[in-house]
Design a binder for this molecule. Sequence first.
Ligand SMILES: *Cc1c(COP(=O)(O)O)cnc(C)c1O
Length: 396
Amino acid sequence: MANIDPGKVITALEEVLGERSGSEEHFPLHEPYFAGNEWAYVKECLDTAWVSSIGSYVDLFEERIAEIFGVNRAICTVNGTAALHIALLMAGVSEGDEVIVPALTFVASANAIAYCRAVPHFIDSEWATLGLDPDALADWLSQIAIEGDDGTINRKTGRRIAAVIPMHTFGHPVRMTRLLEVADKWQIPVVEDAAESLGSKLGGKPLGGRGLIGATSFNGNKIVTTGGGGAVLTNDEDLAKRAKHLTTTAKQPHKWHFYHDETGFNYRLPNINSALGCAQLEQVPAFLDAKRRLAETYADAFRNVDGVRFFREPYGAESNYWLNCLVLDNPIDLGPLLELTNATGIGTRPCWTLMNKLPMYRNCPTSSLPIATDIASRVVNIPSSATLGLRLQEKT
Ligand SMILES: *Cc1c(COP(=O)(O)O)cnc(C)c1O
């Protein structure tokens, strides 16, 4: 295991990012880019006063999202966490259930489970994809699960295992074919967290629609942004109708009566945000090209740097390279590298704290997590904005 020379890592980063003109210039981890019709579409909302929860951009945005994720229906929501909450409810997750989720994820995946008054049940990840390991899941289920009358039961806790959430870490696709096989064997619905994987492909097809239902995010740091926003994704027309109903206060359509037939949510994405989203989605092909160019340039720059490698997309998959990352040979190099890069204006950060280490999820059921622990101790995210790739393309 070679140790890194932080100076050499910074030199390699600068080779890709370009020299910083002064100490003030900063390369954030991920910044949005508005170079298309954003101003025009948002201005139209302001000019017509259609800024709030209904409007033509909401409908148009939902159509465009469905196209890009390769699903029949998309229902946009106020953020990705809300979309995931609704997706879990649609999958039938309810109070006292357990939902399997990787320990290595953003907190929203676990929080959405808790919002259903269900319990997260953590599973290990794998190095090839940085996502949930379907084989580890198969082994774990064969140890702890039994078939019950209304589904698969965790025999240690007696709770029903109501869903499994694969999450495509930093845009790298989970091995979905194998996962679907395992989930199918145990009759566990798959709820895809596609928050980080807009534009990523597996077998030439987008992610988000392989399970029963999925969710994505349009937060400010994601591939495209609506300021804040998200969407529920599904091929099931009935689930889509119910998701739309539940996210729009469960109001029955009527010219003047306010009649709500259950406790719904106000999870609607405003028209003004949807307008921004429509303009952003038009630029997805350009963003993806730029991000791929950036990733390839990083891969070249780090080819001969000791003690570190650039993480490449899994074999057979096409990643959107949402967040690029370096993998260090030695976990003890992480702290000094984070200090030095951030101090010199290069935005870097470690993986999320594993969910089972957070106070509210400390006592939740978990498999052993050797790989997730290893990944979290050796992965560092580096600047990944599409703008950086666009700049590289301009140079040649
Ligand atoms: C961004 C993200 C979400 C949703 O986040 P919001 O900020 O609520 O849009 C969910 N899961 C993962 C893994 C994410 O990265």
